[in-house]
Design a protein around this ligand. Structure first.
Ligand SMILES: Cc1cc2nc3c(=O)[nH]c(=O)nc-3n(C[C@H](O)[C@H](O)[C@H](O)COP(=O)(O)O)c2cc1C
Length: 187
């Protein structure tokens, strides 16, 4: 079966793409504006370069057509801290996908523990096993409602014991498959 994307509407494309390009890592992004801490998950997310160390995250619009808070904050403050969900915090990740008003904090509302590691970056979610401290790099222009934002990784936190002397890491993140979460297994 060949699907001609010209004939597949946006919702069905989303369903097919997100159910086929799997598993996708989930960026659980913490941003800040005027003291309000924002956290939201994004799975249209992937590394695109090592030097410079770049990742890209595609951020859509809110239902009312306004920019999602994460995007507005990144464009304003130029900073983001990317955390990674694991099987113990799925519930919090899902809550963070709720659309709150810009002056409401998911971190406060859902009582998510955060820890300030670096002065110039938003705090990281304490339960993450690794976190990327990023600055805004560029925006890739596309048609439609999605804004793909490129972020540069300047620093990374890795929980003690999760990286060895040869720089091999052991991070137990979960991924997104369609609308479900999957844990990684060794093969
Ligand atoms: C696992 C998961 C992955 C998601 N991936 C994306 C994504 O890649 N792009 C996007 O715009 N929204 C995505 N969402 C929805 C956002 O998390 C949601 O719109 C959230 O309210 C945005 O919050 P903000 O306005 O605070 O930035 C995802 C939700 C979940 C649960």
């Amino acid at each position: 079966m060949i699907l001609d994307y010209e004939n597949v509407n946006e919702l069905n494309r989303y369903k097919i793409m997100s159910g086929s390009i799997v598993p996708r890592p989930i960026a659980w992004i913490v941003t800040e504006d005027n003291g309000v801490l924002n956290a939201a998950p994004f799975s249209y997310f992937i590394p695109i370069s090592t030097s410079p160390a770049l990742v890209i995250v595609a951020i859509g619009k809110k239902d009312d057509g306004s920019p999602k808070d994460s995007l507005a904050n990144i464009l304003k403050t130029k900073k983001a801290t990317i955390c990674f969900p694991n099987k113990d915090n799925i519930d919090q990740v899902q809550k963070c996908a709720m659309q709150l008003s810009k002056d409401e904090s998911e971190i406060e509302k859902f009582e998510i523990d955060v820890r300030k590691e670096l002065e110039d970056y938003p705090p990281m979610i304490t339960s993450t096993q690794t976190a990327l401290f990023c600055e805004y790099y560029d925006t890739y222009k596309v048609e439609g409602d999605t804004t793909p934002v490129i972020l540069k990784i300047n620093y990374q936190y890795i929980e003690d014991g999760r990286i060895n002397e040869r720089n091999h890491t052991n991070i137990e993140s979960i991924g997104r498959v369609g609308v479900t979460f999957k844990a990684m297994v060794d093969l």
